[in-house]
Design a protein around this ligand. Structure first.
Ligand SMILES: O=C(O)CC[C@@H](O)C(=O)O
Ligand SMILES: [Zn+2]
Length: 562
């Protein structure tokens, strides 16, 4: 996923008289304004911009400056990670008074986890940058414990030394929650990747936090079960990170959220105490359900080190229908009919608009199996009896086609075609990253309002945005509203926010349905939570992590911001 950049090992030219401009060109190529614009990457205030008349003008100025003013330029090696602006600079964040990691600290960590204390800046780079390449920290230490005992020793020490720690799973989050903002120690769960046990009668799996979701799914599939969650990042995300962010994904409609399927957790608290709530019971009403505190807390209250999770049986038969609809009203009506007619075999109801379809066709060369429609719906059924499911699906399709709710459609029962249809929906995020700078919104709304937000945003932004697209988990009332532009523009951001948040709050929606608040959305919490609730969250944080060393600058707003 990290993907290497074409600008790797390019030279970076900066100019003290034009401090906001930076031009990179391939190593060895002379910096002149006369070459092809494709020779350059132009950055304005650390954001890559399209070489334009203005930026070329700046190249010219830089070049002239180099001729007439000696020592104006300096150059350094750059690679893809360095193209991402430092979060602290881009957002003007003040470092909290944590200690800095010293040589004694490194020696202590080396003693606890020999050979697993990483300080090589090149190895650290991808751990400092998020998957979307929008936020970047400057941690100098990556720790890779294997056991909860090791995590406990590390945190106990960090607590005493006042060292800040950012827990990190697969680093696939979309809100900047899993990378440091400054020099926080990165605590990776990558080596905590062991299955502890699996009960093939109950379907309860107990595993360490660093197990990759897809690997777990393959493991339980061999015993005729599946994981209760599935998402696009399954090949890299860790189960501990999924639980810490309460990831939703495409199976939520059928199996519910992790708040129901996670039966127990082992968590290491900020002071190093190990909270063993790794129970495997469906029912347990003894006191407060503490594990719920850690689900969705984004590593700010404790480090999840092991998970007990209930896996459903692997369905014997799966069908996918990919349908085209004339309007969003028809998408909604199709959903109503679908719930009634497919009932217990319905396992996903996803939608995308035609703008999304155009992007996956353009950037990923995926093939649209239907003729162009304004909206597309992906319906999945999973059950235990092929004949029964097929009959239900056929009756449903007959109904929606004859009533013109659906204007085009294709059906898949074999694995390859099912995967190809799912790719049209699951790879939209990837396609968007190829379209330019992406402004991302992950919204819960009453389902009948879902697409109004896309239309209103589109009308508001007009031509100032490149694309305004809507897709998501319609069956869960979860819209992914994404807006692209050629480059980051503050004026565009000002037109989007707080408009999108206020719109959402007006309909009592959530400004973060399934991605969390992380670094990027933490200040917006008040659009979805009352002040009293945020205050209680802050008190809980202060009680469990009095020095605030766990994932600082994330999830909760800074007090002064409101
Ligand atoms: O990129 C997004 O906005 C959504 C990502 C993910 O939650 C999805 O449902 O595809
Ligand atoms: Zn989603």
């Amino acid at each position: 996923m990290a993907g290497s950049s074409v600008y790797h090992h390019s030279l970076v030219w900066c100019c003290s008289i034009l401090p906001r401009w930076r031009i990179t060109c391939y190593k060895g190529r002379p910096l002149t304004p006369f070459g092809s614009v494709a020779s350059y990457s132009v950055f304005h205030e650390n954001r890559k911009v399209k070489p334009s008349k203005d930026s070329i003008h700046s190249v010219t100025k830089l070049w002239l400056a180099s001729l007439f003013r000696k020592r104006v330029f300096y150059c350094t090696f750059s690679d893809s990670a360095q193209e991402v602006p430092l979060t602290s600079e881009r957002y003007g964040v003040q470092r909290l008074p944590f200690s800095h990691v010293s040589d004694e600290d490194l020696a202590f960590f080396e003693n606890i986890i020999p050979g697993r204390v990483i300080t090589d800046p090149d190895v650290l780079k991808p751990f400092n940058v998020d998957w979307l390449k929008m936020v970047r920290g400057c941690s100098k230490v990556l720790l890779k414990p294997r056991t909860s005992g090791e995590v406990s020793e590390i945190l106990r020490y960090c607590g005493k030394r006042n060292l800040a720690v950012t827990p990190q799973g697969g680093n696939t989050g979309l809100v900047g929650g899993s990378v440091p903002v400054f020099d926080e120690i990165i605590l990776s769960t990558a080596l905590m990747n062991q299955v502890i046990r699996f009960n093939s009668v109950s379907g309860i799996l107990i595993c360490q936090a660093g197990c990759i979701l897809e690997t777990l799914n393959q493991y339980v599939e061999e015993q005729d079960f599946i994981m209760p969650l599935d998402l696009g990042a399954k090949g890299s995300c860790h189960i501990g990170g999924n639980v810490a962010t309460n990831a939703g994904g495409i199976r939520l409609l059928r199996y519910g959220s992790l708040r129901g399927t996670v039966l127990g957790l082992e968590v290491v608290l900020a002071d190093g105490r190990v909270l063993n709530c790794l129970t495997s019971m469906r029912k347990d009403n003894t006191g407060y359900d503490l594990k719920q505190l850690f689900i969705g807390s984004e590593g700010t209250l404790g480090v999840i080190t092991a998970v007990s999770i209930l896996c459903p049986r692997k369905p014997k038969t799966t069908n996918v229908a990919f349908l085209g609809c004339e309007s969003f009203a028809h998408v909604l009506e199709t959903f109503r009919v679908c719930k009634g007619m497919l009932g217990e075999v319905l396992s996903a109801y996803e939608f995308l608009d035609n703008e999304c379809m155009k992007l996956v066709q353009k950037h990923l060369k995926l093939n649209n199996p239907l003729t162009g429609s304004p909206f597309y719906v992906l319906i999945e059924t999973s059950g235990s009896n092929a004949g029964h499911d097929e009959e239900k699906l056929n009756n449903f399709l007959e109904q929606v086609v004859s009533s013109s709710l659906v204007i085009a459609g294709t059906l898949a029962t074999d694995d390859t075609k099912i995967k190809a249809l799912w790719a049209l929906r699951e790879r939209i995020t990837e396609a968007l990253t190829h379209d330019g700078y992406v402004y991302k919104y992950d919204i819960s709304l009453p389902v009948e309002r879902l697409y109004d937000l896309v239309c209103d945003t589109r009308a508001r932004l007009g031509k100032s945005a490149k694309n305004v697209v809507g897709y998501g988990h319609l069956g869960d009332g979860n819209l992914h509203l994404n807006i692209t532009a050629d480059s980051y523009q503050q004026t565009l951001l000002n037109a989007i926010e707080p408009f999108v948040y206020e719109w959402t709050a007006k309909y009592q929606g959530s400004i973060s349905a399934e991605h969390g608040l992380g670094f990027k959305k933490k200040q917006q919490i008040y659009y979805s939570k009352p002040e009293e609730a945020v205050e209680l969250m802050q008190k809980l944080k202060a009680m469990l992590d009095p020095r605030g060393i766990l994932n600082p600058y994330k999830t909760l707003p800074t007090r002064s911001s409101h």
